[in-house]
Design a protein around this ligand. Structure first.
Ligand code: FES
Length: 173
């Protein structure tokens, strides 16, 4: 036995693995890997919008929000509907007899928006997005879509919200 073989442990002599060769990735393997990741990304790009398109809009029914005496003109309060604590909504009293309800999540990156009665805008503090409190449309900034709006129904002194207002419909006061 040579001097070199004496230094190498028996298990290493039996399974001689060279680190450089073990870490080597052939061009074919690399292309397979890239193709797999690209394919997965391409599939996600199609699947996610398709999922959102076919996702059913939740039925809200008629949900009691509060009393008209709870809020002064220019006031705002947030609430959740039923057990869904993922989507906050904001009730705004624009005038004595004008109420609006919008989702409180900015359509840009979901920051919480707030109503500014002095400026008569709904503003997003994250990237200075501004929405129109009349219909939720984007006035300025990066938000790509209007704030989803719910229909407000006042019965005597009780405030209820019902379904989402379609973007093309007139705003409900
Ligand atoms: S998250 Fe609202 S403007 Fe960016």
């Amino acid at each position: 036995m040579s001097e070199d073989n004496k230094k190498i442990p028996a298990w290493k002599a039996d399974f001689p693995i060279k680190k450089r060769e073990a870490a080597y990735v052939s061009r074919k393997e690399f292309i397979k890997l890239i193709t797999f990741f690209s394919g997965t990304l391409a599939l996600a790009n199609v699947a996610i919008p398709a999922f959102n398109f076919f996702k059913e809009e939740k039925e809200i029914g008629q949900y009691f929000v509060g009393l008209t005496t709870d809020l002064n003109v220019g006031g705002m309060r947030t609430f959740y509907i039923n057990e869904d604590h993922r989507t906050p909504y904001m009730l705004i009293r624009l005038a004595e007899d004008k109420w609006k309800v919008f989702e409180q999540k900015c359509t840009h990156l979901s920051c919480s928006v707030l109503y500014n009665h002095n400026e008569k805008v709904i503003e997003c503090p994250c990237h200075h997005g501004f929405f129109n409190p009349e219909d939720g449309s984007v006035i300025q900034g990066p938000p790509p879509r209007p704030l989803p709006q719910l229909t407000v129904v006042i019965k005597e002194d009780k405030i209820f919200v019902t379904d989402f207002v379609k973007v093309t419909e007139e705003s409900h006061g």
